[in-house]
Write a protein that binds this ligand. Structure first.
Ligand SMILES: [Zn+2]
Length: 376
């Protein structure tokens, strides 16, 4: 009798485990409807004709377990998209869905040698700071990881075009400011903002650009790419005593000591931002809005609050809006569990201030079980 019960229990446990595995596999192969809706590249709708949001299902890196091997929350972008959608701020049909960046566009910034280096898993593992990637076949790394970065980079290029048309464009990814012409580093592969600037210049859409880099780490890649380039101004505000060491030279670097909080940070930004805009005379601004300045971030020691970061991003966006300068917001770093929520709050404020003509126009709903599983 006992034996039979134990057998039955085993079968139940086995069945339950099977169901969970099936759900996860099904979730990966067949994503929830809200994500399937942003799979194919297409035009969206700029909210209030002022705010365009760019996102793709392909931003999601799909290597089972890779997310556990790096402090980066791989589902950050998806969580923000889902929260905007379920809280009634963004319909899937509003979203502009990008194509992946092309090889020709990548070569506007990177060297052919860099492109060749991506065929070697060990090198990519170094760029991504994820040693496990070294053991994976190059084809798998390309399809599961590099492909996501190519879509995110395509998203920043598209956001650049949309900002010129509508004023404000937000790419729910990007800001890979450590990537250099001949190498990636610090989890950054393609220098998306630099590629976008070069692509817009090539098409004759802009002449001058400004990068306002507020990630807690210095934008060393952008500094190298645009060193000596009169048309592109690089401004980086970052913590002085952390990676990258040594630092590169941006057009303006503002180094902050560990422990800097909202008040001092915002005072410094308010002091430098107008001067930088005046010096750069940009046709477009790229805001790298990394939220690793948040207190408790595992990779840094600034002490900003969520409210401080929302006000920081608002300071840049509001100035661009009042001066009529097109602005692209890229999400950049942010590594704690709270990071996605901070950036969601920042994006929500932008949509509420500039994108909504009436009060919440869309239906709010709870995320489905499948959506929760997909973004976990
Ligand atoms: Zn960072």
């Amino acid at each position: 009798m006992k034996k039979q019960q134990s057998k039955k229990r085993h079968r139940q446990v086995f069945l339950a485990a099977g169901c969970v595995v099936a759900l996860v596999v099904f979730g990966c192969v067949c994503p929830p409807k809200s994500f399937r809706a942003v799979k194919q590249s297409r035009e969206g709708r700029a909210m209030n004709d002022k705010v365009a949001v760019v996102y793709s299902k392909h931003y999601q890196i799909n290597v089972g377990g890779l997310e556990k091997l790096h402090s980066f929350d791989i589902h950050k972008y998806a969580k923000i998209y889902l929260a905007l959608n379920t809280n009634g701020l963004l319909r899937p049909e509003d979203v502009f869905v990008p194509d992946a960046v092309t090889k020709e566009q990548i070569l506007l910034v990177h060297t052919p040698g860099f492109l060749a280096s991506l065929k070697d898993s060990k090198t990519v593992a170094r760029y991504l700071e994820a040693p496990i990637v070294a053991a994976a076949p190059a084809g798998l790394v390309d399809a599961a990881v590099l492909n996501a970065f190519r879509y995110a980079t395509g998203g920043t290029i598209l956001a650049g075009r949309l900002a010129l048309k509508h004023g404000i464009a937000i790419n729910l990814a990007g800001g890979y400011h450590h990537a250099k012409p001949n190498a990636g580093e610090g989890f950054n592969v393609y220098a998306d903002m630099a590629i976008a600037i070069r692509a817009l210049q090539k098409d004759g859409l802009i002449k001058r650009a400004l990068i306002v880099d507020l990630d807690v780490h210095q934008g060393n890649g952008s500094a190298v790419i645009f060193a000596g380039d009169e048309a592109v101004f690089t401004f980086s505000m970052h913590e002085g005593d952390i990676y990258p060491i040594p630092k590169e030279k941006s057009d303006l670097d503002v180094e902050l000591p560990a422990g800097t909080g909202d008040k001092e940070y915002l005072r410094q930004l308010a002091e430098h931002l107008p001067k930088v805009i005046e010096a750069a005379r940009p046709d477009i601004i790229f805001l790298q809005a990394g939220c690793d300045t948040l207190t408790g971030d595992p990779l840094a020691r600034l002490q900003m609050t969520t409210d401080g970061i929302v006000r920081r991003d608002a300071m840049v966006i509001d100035r661009c809006a009042s001066q009529g300068i097109p602005v692209v917001m890229c999400l950049g770093g942010g590594y704690s569990e709270k990071a996605w929520r901070v950036q969601y709050d920042s994006v929500r404020r932008i949509i509420e201030k500039y994108g909504l003509t009436q009060r919440r126009p869309y239906r709010q709903r709870s995320p489905t079980v499948k959506e929760k599983l997909y973004t976990k």
